[in-house]
Design a binder for this molecule. Structure first.
Ligand code: PGA
Length: 251
């Protein structure tokens, strides 16, 4: 059965003390309950160690929000896959829309980052999603398909088995607007069909495809029970234990 993941992307929020506190609250809320998904938190780099310590021995996994593709050297301000892995991370985001659209990251860099993550033993969560202009022009599927193919194309089955995809329509991130369950589920189907063409049905069927963009406790149940939606990448609502746990255990 395909893995299900609910991941909290804390973005540039919470220092290491606040992060460790939130991790402790999340663990408290998970006590005596078994989620139907892997729970992941993705703090800023400076909080990874403290949050990792707070989560030690628990079932909650740690992830980072970005990486640099070289292993070491003169890359001021950057952090390698090896460093992230040594800090206790299992996951790393690649291609989040804020990195694409604010930091200007594109195909070539994201391909290198994704392959560096795999080489460093991390599981990348590769983010894709269309801008509002692209959706209004009827080019949402074309955009997302291109983003999938240009970075994941050419991976072998072993590499692909470590990758999860997050479909995050850019217009839904941090805006309170969510794609309808039908739209999200439809795009996930498009992505899965493309994966089938690129990697075969077996690999496509095993790849978790998460939805992201204003996921909240009150829309989580509908989204997470839709066809082809295997979890959520959560921004704003992951910054408080109540709302994050309300997505991990949707009602
Ligand atoms: P949001 O962010 O839940 O605040 O919309 C999602 C994301 O950017 O991953």
């Amino acid at each position: 059965m395909r893995k299900r993941i609910v991941a909290g992307n804390w973005k540039m929020n919470l220092d290491h003390r606040e992060g460790a506190r939130l991790a402790g609250e999340i663990l408290g809320g998970l006590k005596n309950r078994v989620p139907q998904c892997e729970v992941v938190v993705m703090p800023p780099f400076t909080s990874l160690h403290a949050v990792g310590e707070a989560l030690r021995g628990s079932s909650v996994s740690l992830g980072a929000q970005d990486l640099w593709h070289e292993e070491s050297g003169a890359f001021t301000g950057e952090v390698s896959a090896g460093m992230i892995s040594a800090a206790g991370c299992r996951y790393v985001l690649v291609g989040h829309s804020e990195r694409r659209h604010i930091l200007g990251e594109g195909r070539d860099l994201l391909s290198k980052k994704l392959r560096a993550a795999l080489k460093g033993g991390l599981s990348p969560i590769y983010c894709v999603g269309e801008l509002i202009e692209e959706r209004e022009a009827g080019r949402a599927e074309e955009t997302v398909s291109r983003q999938v193919e240009e970075v994941l194309g050419g991976l072998d089955a072993v590499g692909m088995s470590k990758v999860a995809i997050a479909y995050e329509p850019v217009w839904a991130i941090g805006t309170g607007k969510t794609a309808t369950t039908g739209d999200a589920s439809g795009m996930h189907g498009v992505i899965r069909d493309l994966l089938s063409k690129l990697f075969g049905r077996g690999t496509a069927g095993e790849t978790p495809i998460l939805y992201g963009g204003s996921v909240k406790p009150d829309n989580a149940r509908a989204l997470l029970s839709a066809d082809d939606i295997d979890g959520a990448l959560v921004g704003g609502a992951s910054l408080a234990s109540d709302s994050f746990l309300g997505i991990v255990f949707p009602t």
